[in-house]
Design a protein around this ligand. Structure first.
Ligand code: NAD
Length: 281
């Protein structure tokens, strides 16, 4: 991330808002534009310094996917309009404070946190396709159980049979992965996690059963058995495929930047999202 200390009293901060399509998010977006303009910030969808998501975690996933080609130049921040989100940690009544912090905070190594993401390469009958996931990639069977060989670092681990396989980033470890019984990973750990979705285990079929955590520079490959109808999900988006030959997942060399405009340690975020319940959120 480039240091943007010139933002203070210098070049205007450029921002873009990705909003959820509901009345409150639309209203807060209008209010944000008004307050941002009063603070001399510039609305810019091509080269924003900060992308603000207004809505829920799904809105942040949408913002990430919209700007995944410019990750090194952008910092993301989230304001929630529903319940407290994992990415959307600013509340609706903090919008004035948020604008003021965005307009006056220099984006540098002190105010940016960088999180690992998952890079996915799909090998299909028509060539290769590359994707990035902020939360996770999943592969599932559509009309039948998924049957696929799982390889780690070019060695076969198992023949998987079940609903599917989920490969998550550390920030995604608190999302779908958590519901699958996977571990919560601190995002300073550059790793990806493989979790099973309802694997079949009996006297005939066997999988490892535990979720697996792979460090940076390791890779895993999934080779689905031919002629299966599959569902590929990348964060909140899903695609039906019947042309997949293999999938490779690695910890991406790219990272996602989040603007840390005030301290909010990861474990506090975990506690607030899953343990403590604030009335009104
Ligand atoms: P959404 O925005 O309603 O998100 C679904 C739920 O996941 C929400 O409660 C959201 O707050 C939570 N969530 C999303 N990212 C999170 C994160 N990093 N940490 C903690 N909680 C998080 O629905 P959507 O727009 O379809 O979002 C897609 C996401 O939903 C996927 O990336 C996946 O992680 C999650 N998901 C979860 C399950 C499950 O838990 N059984 C199943 C499918 C998808």
């Amino acid at each position: 991330m480039d240091t943007k200390e010139e933002n203070i009293g210098g070049t205007a901060v450029k921002y873009f808002v990705v909003q959820r399509d509901d009345e409150e998010s639309r209203h807060l977006t209008q209010l944000f534009h008004q307050l941002a303009s009063e603070r001399g910030m510039e609305h810019d969808n091509k080269n924003p310094d900060i992308v603000l998501s207004i809505g829920g975690d799904g809105t942040m996933l949408e913002a990430f996917q919209l700007y995944k080609h410019k990750l090194e130049k952008i910092a993301f921040v989230g304001l929630h309009t529903g319940h407290l989100g994992f990415f959307a940690d600013w509340k609706r009544d903090e919008i004035h404070e948020l604008v003021s912090m965005m307009a006056s905070t220099a984006l540098d190594s002190q105010t940016i946190v960088q999180y690992p993401i998952v890079e996915i390469e799909l090998e299909t009958k028509n060539g290769k396709e590359n994707y990035l996931a902020l939360n996770e990639f999943t592969l599932k069977g559509v009309d039948r159980t998924l049957v696929a060989q799982l390889y780690i670092n070019d060695q076969m681990l198992e023949m998987f049979r079940g609903d599917g396989i989920c490969i998550s980033s550390p920030v995604g470890s608190t999302a779908y992965n958590k519901s699958l019984g996977g571990a919560i990973l601190h995002p300073s750990i550059e790793a990806l996690q493989i979790a099973e979705i309802a694997s079949i285990n009996n006297r005939v079929f066997r999988t490892i059963g535990s979720s697996l955590i792979l460090p940076k520079h390791h890779h895993c490959d999934i080779f689905p058995r031919e002629q299966q109808n599959l569902l590929v999900t990348i964060d909140h988006r899903s695609i039906l495929r019947n042309d997949l030959i293999s999938v490779r997942c690695i910890v991406s060399p790219k990272k996602v930047n989040f603007a840390r405009l005030r301290p909010f340690p990861f474990w506090s975020r975990v506690r607030e999202a899953f343990i403590s319940f604030e009335i009104g959120n």
